[in-house]
Write a protein that binds this ligand. Structure first.
Ligand code: ZN
Length: 426
């Protein structure tokens, strides 16, 4: 998950992954037991990955560990897909649907003061986005579901994706023929977030704000200082957010009253611009580049036009050449119908308390999971990994990023159950 800024601040959301009495089912009970049995081993794997992080495109060791683990479970394994991508195929003995679970595995360049015994041994590289946890959960799900092969309906694919941080790995796997090797009906994945450990959350459609860069090109004679102040005034007029709120600050995303899990969230229906205007002067023009964050796709289209119209009412009208968007990355869009079904499935198996609906969109972050979503109906979940009592705050890319490893246990249990339910024909 790509980011810019960080925060600290969490809330407690009373959650516990438990099956409701009415939905107790032997396969889910077995998943719980089997997960508990392998939990310590999974923590070891996670700590090993954490100790030896690899950046995007260099996940050689990580992919070898994944390959060997999947082979040890008896899965069919394909390697070197779009770089170090690995796919594990688990065929159930019964007829069913084809469900894919995706985990990303790369770390980032980061100088960390990790306080843990298993801190990074690779200088300047660290798992500050939780992909070590994602990989471990993926392996855990593969393990407990492999033990259900006999009764498993359908086929489960495990996609271990490299190079998420550079937004290239998912695309590379697809371009390398991933969807020729496997034919999933649905794809799911998760990202660790600073909600309390075990909280699972998502929403239909956009999870993040659209992030774009708009370029304002002027004739070279334009006075840059005057231009900047004029454009800043225009951007202020175009910005919108809930009264007295600051959606550009992440500090409140887990706040009970106004955070992402509250219907009264301040993180919906906003447009804001980055405060710094980047200026490029070349012989025949002066360009101002501005980053923006907009929650509505439809409103995106009109922003350059609105900026242009406002500039045309100023003395800079004559020197304006163009206002256009620069090429940007697509943003995660959860399949609307499938998200509703997925939330329903999760709630059916687990306590409602741990399954939450997001009410807003996170600024700054994004995920290349979108490239899978462009091909196959897919849903990205967020899994909480913070624990106040343990002083662990799982805000990706923040200097103190730390995950409560209990999230691994809860993630494996809930999503293993989820995946087998989705693979059932009925
Ligand atoms: Zn990430």
């Amino acid at each position: 998950m790509k980011k810019h800024i960080f925060l600290i601040g969490i809330i407690l959301l009373c959650t516990q992954a438990v099956f409701t009495q009415s939905d107790l089912h032997s396969s889910h009970q077995k998943i719980e037991k089997d997960t508990d049995k392998i939990y310590e081993k999974l923590v070891e794997i996670r700590r090993d990955l954490h100790k030896f992080p690899e950046i995007a495109g260099k996940e050689k060791r990580t992919s070898k560990i994944i390959k060997e683990y999947l082979l040890s479970l008896g899965l069919e394994v394909k390697t070197n897909i779009g770089g170090y991508g690995v796919v594990g195929i688990l065929k159930g003995n019964k007829k069913g649907r084809k469900i894919a679970w995706r985990a990303d595995m790369d770390a980032i360049k980061f100088q960390t003061n990790d306080r843990f015994s298993f801190k990074s041994q690779n200088k300047g590289i660290a798992h500050m986005c939780g992909h070590d946890v994602h990989t471990t959960i993926g392996l855990g799900i593969a393990n407990v579901l492999a033990k259900q092969k006999e009764n498993l309906q359908g086929t489960i694919y495990f996609i271990f994706q490299p190079a998420e941080e550079t937004f290239t790995g998912a695309k590379a796997m697809i371009e390398d023929g991933l969807l020729g090797l496997i034919k999933p009906d649905e794809i799911y994945g998760l990202h660790i977030t600073p909600f309390e450990t075990g909280v699972i959350t998502t929403k239909p459609n956009e999870l993040f704000a659209y992030q774009k860069t708009v370029a304002l090109k002027f004739k070279p004679k334009a006075d840059v200082d005057e231009l900047k102040s004029s454009v800043k005034k225009i951007l202020k007029e175009l910005s919108r957010n809930k009264t007295n709120s600051k959606p550009w600050e992440l500090q409140k995303i887990t706040n009970r009253e106004i955070g992402l899990l509250s219907p009264n969230t301040i993180y919906k229906d906003y447009l804001f611009f980055e405060p710094n205007l980047r200026i490029t002067k070349v012989e025949d023009s002066t360009t101002l580049k501005i980053g923006l964050y907009e929650t509505y796709r439809k409103k995106l289209i009109s922003i350059p036009l609105k900026i242009k119209a406002k500039i045309n009412k100023t003395k800079h009208k004559e020197s304006l050449i163009s206002v256009v968007y620069l090429q940007g990355r697509p943003t995660v869009i959860n399949d609307r119908k499938l998200t509703e079904k997925a939330l329903k499935t999760l709630k059916k198996i687990y306590s409602d308390k741990s399954i939450k609906r997001l009410h807003g969109q996170i600024p700054y972050f994004n995920e290349d999971f979108i490239y899978f979503q462009q091909k196959v109906p897919a849903v990205l979940f967020f899994l909480g990994g913070s624990n106040v009592e343990k002083n662990l705050v799982a805000m990706p890319h923040s200097p103190n990023f730390a995950v409560d490893e209990e999230a691994i246990r809860l993630g494996v249990k809930q999503f293993s159950s989820f995946v087998i339910e989705r693979a059932k024909t009925n």
